[in-house]
Design a protein around this ligand. Structure first.
Ligand SMILES: Nc1ncnc2c1ncn2[C@@H]1O[C@H](COP(=O)(O)OP(=O)(O)OP(=O)(O)O)[C@@H](O)[C@H]1O
Length: 246
């Protein structure tokens, strides 16, 4: 069903501005060149994996896309207009490090988040809370890393923003929950409208979901592949990753 949905999405999005377009993006942090000449596009309605080794620049790139920091050089556009703080309405972001208020329960946090975001869906919140096994009575400060990661994902996916950017959604999450998260993402895809960009090291769990992979290494794009093309040439996402980075 996911694949059929993806094909339909692609057809529906033909001719639209890409959800993400980066042109020659560069970034220096504390005198270190972290990103250079980063150029790639993510088609609206697709699910793209942003993959690469530790320190490759994935989180830095995502922070630029979310408008948290402007690129030093080049430009990053979302749906044809520059990324920036004023575009936060089009994108729902799960950062790589959690910062939910520890003194609230999950239920209190979700109530607060729902009041914060105009695009919050109570239906999505209810369905995903069940799917991800979030206990509303649990205090955030008493959660394990994996439990908090699931609450963060629930927060991110309960919004109806057209672009979802997830930075390492599986950190600290056990195998069964990782599979639940993957199916939650597929469920969200089924609405045929939204675009996902997901940075992850959990290639095996996500391999079946990606339409495209963008490989980042040493601060620049090392390749961008349609997963169907890889399969047609007898390769998997994992084997392609190994070819590029081994
Ligand atoms: N605030 C900062 N100041 C200086 N250097 C930084 C800063 N943030 C990141 N870096 C450096 O930029 C490089 C890219 O980091 P980034 O977090 O974007 O990588 P990543 O691909 O997300 O890595 P990982 O897979 O380990 O999460 C690293 O070498 C890191 O040390």
């Amino acid at each position: 069903m996911g694949n059929i949905g993806n094909v339909e999405n692609r057809a529906a999005s033909a001719g639209k501005a890409p959800a993400i377009s980066c042109r020659e993006v560069g970034m220096t942090l504390k005198k270190k060149k972290v990103l250079a000449n980063v150029t790639f596009e993510v088609e609206a309605g697709s699910l793209t994996g942003l993959l690469g080794p530790n320190g490759a620049g994935k989180s830095t790139l995502m922070r630029i896309l979310t408008g948290l920091v402007p690129p030093e050089t080049g430009r990053a556009d979302l749906f044809g207009a520059p990324a920036g703080p004023e575009r936060l309405g089009v994108l729902s972001f799960l950062p790589d490090r959690g910062q939910l208020p520890p003194y609230l329960t999950a239920g209190e946090w979700l109530q607060f988040a729902a009041s914060l975001y105009p695009d919050w869906s109570k239906t999505a919140e209810r369905d995903l809370a069940e799917e991800l096994g979030v206990d509303r009575a649990q205090r955030i400060g008493a959660m394990s890393r994996g439990e908090e990661a699931r609450l963060q994902l629930l927060t991110c996916l309960s919004r109806q923003a057209p672009l979802i950017v997830l930075d390492e959604p599986f950190t600290g999450v056990d195998l069964v929950s990782r599979e639940r998260i993957a199916s939650a993402v597929v469920g969200e895809m089924a609405d045929g409208e939204r675009t996902f960009l997901i940075a992850t090291h959990d290639i095996r769990e996500m391999e079946q979901l990606f339409d495209r992979i963008v490989l980042v290494g040493k601060g620049t794009i090392q390749g961008s592949y349609l997963v169907d093309d890889l399969r047609r040439s007898g390769r998997s996402v994992e084997s392609c990753y190994r070819e590029v980075f081994a």
